[in-house]
Design a binder for this molecule. Structure first.
Ligand SMILES: [Ca+2]
Ligand SMILES: [Ca+2]
Length: 241
């Protein structure tokens, strides 16, 4: 009797030891599973972060904006110079031809003398026509340069009739709106001339005309004054973000 009781006790002890060990292992496994879950979550968020970084780097590399800085031979700030040259466009006295100003590079490349046509559009160099203005009249008849500029990872906007950018935007350059004289045969787009205009390389101070640049002012009416004002040259600013 005593012997079998002793046997039972021993069995019970043995059984308890086994269940304890199972419980212990189970708790270890649960902890390991928890640890692995946490690790997976950490890896997942790290992956999301790194793919975000990769995407933003790709966006920076892929996206760039181009603008023309009229009246200058260089690009401002961190903008990269694509090329510089001479502002040109259709002749002020001709009804046909280019209604855009174009930035012609200083180093043209031609395909050959034999390639020509009788019926064509003409491009001419451009001059500042500021003699009747109360400011910058010293650049009258000077030839207008231009620079084509590239900014990486930012968009660009030209805002007419402001000389400062809106909050969060970086100023590329500011100046004055210019276009063709309102009574000339040729009409042109409105562009933003740098506020500190230079002369083109090889400038001739003489009056050769061609495509012309005049300041732009407001005609009040449908456009309300205020906030607009008559008899004041309109400003402009080129901003990037
Ligand atoms: Ca000239
Ligand atoms: Ca002129």
């Amino acid at each position: 009797m005593v012997r079998s009781e002793f046997k039972m006790d021993a069995m019970e002890e043995n059984f308890k030891a086994i269940t304890d060990s199972i419980e212990e292992r189970f708790s270890d496994i649960t902890k390991t599973v928890e640890d692995l879950k946490n690790e997976i979550e950490t890896l997942k968020s790290a992956d999301v972060e790194s793919s975000k970084t990769v995407k933003s780097i790709q966006a920076d590399v892929a996206s760039s904006s181009i603008y023309t800085r009229w009246g200058r031979r260089s690009c401002p700030g961190d903008a990269e110079l694509v090329y510089k040259g001479f502002a040109g466009g259709g002749n002020y006295a001709q009804t046909g031809g280019s209604s855009s100003y174009v930035c012609l590079p200083k180093d043209p490349v031609f395909d050959g003398d034999g390639q020509k046509s009788k019926h064509v559009a003409f491009l001419y160099g451009a001059e500042y026509q500021t003699s009747t203005a109360t400011f910058l009249s010293n650049v009258q008849d000077k030839d207008v340069p231009c620079a084509v500029c590239r900014v990486i990872g930012r968009g660009v906007v030209m805002i007419p009739s402001r000389n400062t950018c809106y909050s969060g935007w970086q100023k590329e350059y500011s100046g004055y709106l210019m276009s063709e004289y309102y009574q000339h045969a040729s009409n042109k787009e409105v562009v933003c001339m740098d506020g500190t205009p230079e002369e083109a390389e090889g400038n001739d101070n003489g009056n050769q005309d061609g495509a012309l640049f005049y300041f732009v002012q407001i005609g009040c009416g449908t456009l309300k004054c205020p906030p607009y004002r008559e008899n004041v040259a309109l400003t402009c600013v080129v901003c990037s973000k």
